[in-house]
Ligand binder design. Structure first.
Ligand SMILES: [Zn+2]
Length: 92
């Protein structure tokens, strides 16, 4: 879990060094980055801020949980357009 440096319940910002360290550790563990998970005290859809950062992170999947109703949804920005995607999780 990534700490929120803003200490806010409505806005989130990660420490860049923590993000870098997380990617370095994932690389050492031979894990593949596929996207981000976070929750909203709102519906499970990207906020305006999410959309801004989705455009910067290529085709990363943004998995969003609504803390209001427990729904979860995933989105991807493809060629500048937001698409809802389906994730299939399997135990191996
Ligand atoms: Zn969000």
């Amino acid at each position: 879990m990534m700490p929120n440096v803003l200490k806010s319940s409505t806005r989130f910002e990660a420490d860049p060094q923590t993000v870098f360290n997380t990617f370095e550790q994932a690389d050492r563990d031979e894990l593949q980055f596929i996207g981000f998970f976070h929750s909203h005290p709102a519906p499970a859809s990207p906020s305006a801020v999410d959309l801004k950062y989705m455009r910067l992170w290529g085709e990363a999947v943004w998995l969003i949980l609504s803390s209001i109703d427990g729904t979860i949804a995933a989105f991807q920005m493809i060629n500048g357009d937001k698409h809802e995607v389906t994730l299939k999780v399997e135990a191996v």
